[in-house]
Design a protein. Structure first.
Length: 400
């Protein structure tokens, strides 16, 4: 925006009440019906409504605080969730920290809890103004707020921080292929030595689409990696470096944040390389490792650690006769195998409701649902996978 926002003047009691009262309203209809009938900027109010809707699930506390001001939808989409930001805050502590890519400021705010002073850097003037305003609302006064390129601000300071946090964004179009840190802005690969010279530790937040092994080649001396999921969906990959810390192996931590508690699994690429898989027919239970393990590539070590047999080298599904409580993944009890799926599915699920999972199968889950006229729902699962050289269908119920 070219015009500087005076948020204190915009975010009046009337403005806030309107946003709160119309969260469920249709933005286009609101604008058509009320554009000449309110004494505030209706477009900004509708922007607030749309941004809060987008943030409702991942930022429930901030979304419910109508004293706070939200940026455009894209900045909200790129922000961390409260869950993942709070998790990151548990990993670090010290006297001073610097967030080189402040954005909406969710990570800055949560990370700063364990620091006495925090620096927030951001190039976008509007985001800087919003962060400054929101921190005043939250009565947080530990922040030094600097507008500009975080790398250049860092280059110009003599201060040594206890932590530098950086969340590089991918340049150009967003597609679903794995990509490298050097494809991102700021280019932390080119500036890695500068960043390390100004701090005692670095925490890098990367996209789930980041190639982990490639990133470890690009950033020398990373000591720990966290693959962070929420309800079994990978949200972030975190890379951590700490000065003067010597390690034998890079520790890979897979964490799934769930309402009922966390699931965790640790390994290293060396342990994965030396682990061996064993294979078996389907037994009483089928296990799918949590998404973070699949992202990180801990396939063989996972099976070895829990004494599981794989169904096929490429399926990443496992089986066992004994129920394993607390295993980091989804556990399904085998009910039956379907030898004539078209006929048996109609008999088992007359309404066509069954959750479909396809792993290493000739058809995708969507293609299977279309072929047999199925829809997801209920407690039953149809697991379609390859065992040996055959494609097979298993009726299961989820245990965990």
């Amino acid at each position: 925006m070219n015009t500087k926002l005076d948020i204190a003047k915009i975010n009046t009691d009337t403005f806030k009440q309107f946003v709160q009262d119309h969260l469920e309203g249709d933005p286009a209809l609101l604008f058509m019906r009320l554009r000449d009938k309110v004494n505030f900027d209706l477009s900004l109010a509708i922007n607030q409504i749309e941004a809060r809707r987008k943030a409702l699930k991942k930022l429930p506390n901030w979304s419910g605080n109508f004293d706070l001001f939200f940026p455009s939808g894209l900045s909200v989409e790129q922000a961390s969730s409260e869950e993942t930001a709070e998790f990151k805050s548990e990993l670090v502590k010290g006297e001073t920290m610097n967030d080189l890519t402040g954005g909406f400021g969710v990570d800055t705010y949560f990370l700063s809890r364990n620091f006495k002073k925090a620096t927030y850097c951001e190039r976008n003037e509007e985001l800087v103004d919003i962060f400054r305003y929101n921190m005043e609302v939250l009565d947080e006064h530990k922040f030094r707020i600097q507008q500009g390129d975080g790398i250049e601000i860092l280059r110009g300071t003599s201060e040594i921080f206890d932590l530098i946090f950086v969340d590089p964004a991918r340049r150009g179009g967003q597609n679903q292929k794995l990509y490298k840190l050097s494809d991102c802005e700021p280019d932390i690969v080119a500036n890695w030595e500068l960043i390390r010279s100004k701090t005692r530790s670095v925490l890098v937040k990367a996209s789930p689409m980041m190639d982990i092994k490639q990133s470890l080649q690009e950033l020398p001396d990373i000591q720990q990696v966290w693959v962070v999921s929420v309800k079994n969906e990978v949200k972030e990959v975190l890379l951590f470096w700490e000065k003067d810390k010597k390690i034998d192996e890079i520790a890979i931590h897979c964490v799934d944040l769930r309402p009922e508690g966390r699931q965790e699994f640790d390994f290293s690429f060396e342990k994965e390389a030396s682990a061996e898989s064993t294979f078996s027919e389907v037994k009483s239970y089928i296990i799918e490792p949590m998404a973070g393990i699949l992202k990180a590539g801990g396939f063989k070590y996972f099976g070895q650690e829990y004494g599981l047999k794989k169904l096929h080298p490429n399926s990443h599904l496992y089986t066992t006769d004994g129920y394993l409580e607390g295993i980091p993944g989804r556990v399904f009890e085998l009910i039956s195998e379907l030898h004539q799926p078209k006929k048996e599915l109609k008999s088992l699920f007359p309404k066509g409701q069954v959750n479909v999972i396809a792993r290493n199968f000739a058809l995708s889950a969507e293609e299977i649902k279309n072929k047999f006229r199925l829809k997801d729902g209920g407690n039953d699962f149809l697991i379609c996978t390859k065992v040996g050289e055959k494609y097979r269908f298993f009726h299961c119920r989820k245990m965990l």
